[in-house]
Ligand binder design. Structure first.
Ligand code: ATP
Ligand code: MG
Length: 602
């Protein structure tokens, strides 16, 4: 968990964490559930008294104090002449029951929503604190699924399985106690049948649990297919894949519907047999109750009350089995949430906040994402403060990895990176990132305005935003938009061209005014002239900055003070443009390829 606590959470401690601030609502909800259950017990008793006093001389097994009180008031004749009083009492009890039913639901919802909010806050805060490597290893869709679907299962577990189960258990216990007080013999039928009904529905739902899971999975695949098609609609159209994708969707849709239909058929059989069992149980009670009545062991009022208790209990009893079987689902979901919450947050020991002049040294740095597969091998180089270093390299040679290491996105495992002589891991991470501006290879823009996107990491005002955009050769394009810097960037910035997106990312980095700047292939989507324009503007505006410029284009790098050529994780050549051109090697080879007929490289 975040906030430095080292202890791993388990299911119980996670629930307690989520329930922080909501426990009192759940306590209120349980209390009112108890009152509702108690109220539910009273009405059959009133009916029973009325029936027995009207049809006979009085109830046989009524509590002594109530019998005495009724006798004092006038006994059967009083009850018969004051039937309205029974009606008022029923109304009052029903009214009180309704108020507490409302409170039960209200507090349950309030508690549940509060819990879900706390859970969302905890999850989000923790996810934000997790290292970059964790985010790279875990699919976004899966993380979102855990935070929504699994969270929903936990929500149901608390609001349904915990609170409602308590309510139902109270109802069953109270009802059984009332029934036992009316007739122990008849209660035997209930005592035997209720566990059977609970076990039947419990076992049934356990058995078909995998079908619900299958439905969920098929639904998941269907939404992934839909989402991918909507997200990649341009690719689908451009490659004329509409028919193929439609067919893929149709098949998945068919499979999903099929699984549901199969499940519904089984459910229908279950509900049919369930009804049969419960109605059979009622039948037994009616038959044996009638016999007891005829024999004089049970009064008609008691018989009616007994049936009422049984009826009001039987439906919740049937639900109980399902709720209990659903509890195992919650266990799986809780484990999935625990996976997130127990993942180690980004740990960084460094606290130093040195003056960052921009001297950077890499000493024998090697790195592998997966054991045994080194992507950086013994990298050593020095960047002098205020200088520009260019990196040219084949794809997959480790250029981006290098930038991840120097910004602490991945922990350094071998070798040293020094900033003005201070090891990277001794420097405070926020401090480090405050001083290194980076334009990532795949820039990401939020669905906000352009101005907000540019000023996302700083407090830049409108003038600073425009200045940065101007340096990044973006201002002109923005001014041609009717809403200028207030233009909303669509989902993933699709309203901007690739080059505009890259330039917005450059502007975002420039407004930070950091002494160290890293451009990871950040000019790849702009034409050679704009590339040159941006570099010239950069040189003027950021004279003192230390710049690391990664590119596949030689013209972007040729003015650098030092150029490193990388291949398969190693630096295979280094020097200025002139020095590298003077010797045969990869650099000169690439130059030859990029050079237009009879001209300079572009
Ligand atoms: N998160 C990751 N997990 C495992 N391997 C990775 C990861 N990111 C990159 N790699 C691998 O590391 C190697 C170097 O990748 P890197 O992105 O640093 O290359 P690059 O030089 O920036 O390439 P490009 O020029 O295409 O941007 C590649 O072989 C790549 O497959
Ligand atoms: Mg890269």
């Amino acid at each position: 968990m975040t906030k430095g606590s080292e202890k791993k959470l388990n299911k119980r401690s996670m629930l307690l964490l989520f329930l922080k601030g909501s426990k009192r609502y759940f306590a209120g909800s349980i209390l009112s559930a108890g009152i509702v259950a108690a109220m539910d017990m009273i009405i059959p008793q009133i009916i029973r008294i009325v029936v027995d006093y009207c049809l006979e001389g009085g109830p046989g097994s009524l509590a002594r104090p109530i019998q005495d009180a009724l006798a004092r008031m006038g006994g059967p004749s009083f009850v018969r002449s004051h039937l309205w009083l029974a009606a008022v009492m029923i109304l009052a009890v029903a009214g009180i029951g309704a108020v507490f039913r409302y409170l039960n639901t209200y507090w349950n919802i309030k508690g549940t929503e509060g819990m879900v909010k706390t859970a969302r806050d905890c999850l989000y805060e923790h996810i934000e604190s997790l290292p970059f490597s964790w985010h790279q290893q875990n699919k976004t869709g899966d993380i979102i699924q855990r935070c929504t679907s699994d969270m929903q299962t936990v929500r149901e577990f608390v609001s349904e399985q915990l609170i409602q189960v308590i309510r139902i258990v109270l109802l069953i216990v109270f009802s059984m106690a009332c029934m036992a007080s009316l007739s122990m013999n008849l209660s035997m039928i209930v005592f035997f049948s209720v566990p059977i009904i609970i076990a039947y529905s419990y076992l049934f739902y356990r058995k078909i649990g995998y079908m619900f899971l299958q439905c969920d999975e098929n639904e998941g695949v269907l939404s992934t297919v839909t989402q991918e098609n909507l997200t990649g609609i341009r690719v689908v159209r451009a490659f004329g894949r509409e028919a193929y994708e439609r067919e893929r969707f149709r098949k998945q849709n068919h499979l999903y519907t099929d699984t549901w239909m199969k499940l519904c058929r089984i459910l229908a059989v279950y509900w049919g047999t369930g009804d049969f069992i419960t109605e059979g149980q009622t039948l037994l009670i009616v038959v044996f109750g009638a016999i007891l009545c005829v024999r004089g062991n049970l009064t008609p009022g008691e018989f009616i009350a007994f049936i009422s208790y049984n009826r009001q209990m039987i439906w919740p009893v049937r639900r109980l089995g399902r709720m209990l079987s659903d509890m195992s689902k919650a266990g799986v979901s809780m484990d999935r949430l625990l996976y997130i919450l127990n993942s180690e947050p980004e740990r960084w020991k460094g606290t130093a906040r040195p003056e960052m002049k921009g001297d950077i040294t890499f000493r024998h740095v090697s790195f592998s994402y997966t054991e045994g597969e080194e992507v950086l091998k013994d990298i050593s180089f020095t960047m002098k403060s205020g200088s520009t270093v260019g990196i040219l390299g084949t794809t997959g040679s480790g250029k981006s990895t290098l930038t991840y290491l120097m910004t602490g996105l991945y922990p350094l495992t071998q070798g040293e990176i020094l900033y003005d002589g201070i090891p990277l891991q001794d420097i405070s991470l926020p401090w480090l990132r405050e001083h290194i501006g980076i334009v990532l290879q795949e820039p990401f823009l939020f669905s906000r305005t352009l101005a907000e996107n540019i000023a996302i990491a700083s407090e830049a005002d409108a003038t600073a935003i425009r200045q940065a955009a101007d340096t990044a050769a973006l201002d002109e394009s923005v001014m041609s938009f009717s809403r200028g810097y207030d233009t909303l960037v669509g989902e993933r910035g699709v309203t901007l061209s690739g080059g505009q997106k890259q330039r917005a990312a450059i502007a975002r980095m420039l407004v930070q005014k950091t002494p160290i700047m890293v451009f990871d292939d950040s000019l790849s989507a702009v034409d050679a002239r704009t590339d040159e324009k941006i570099r010239r503007a950069l040189k003027e505006v950021e004279k003192d900055a230390t710049v690391l410029m990664i590119s596949h284009r030689i013209s972007t790098l040729m003015d650098a003070d030092q150029i490193l050529v990388m291949d398969q994780g190693r630096i295979i050549q280094r020097g200025t443009h002139a020095e590298l051109m003077a010797v045969p090697g990869l650099y000169r080879h690439i130059y030859e390829i990029q050079k237009p007929e009879g001209g300079e490289a572009v």
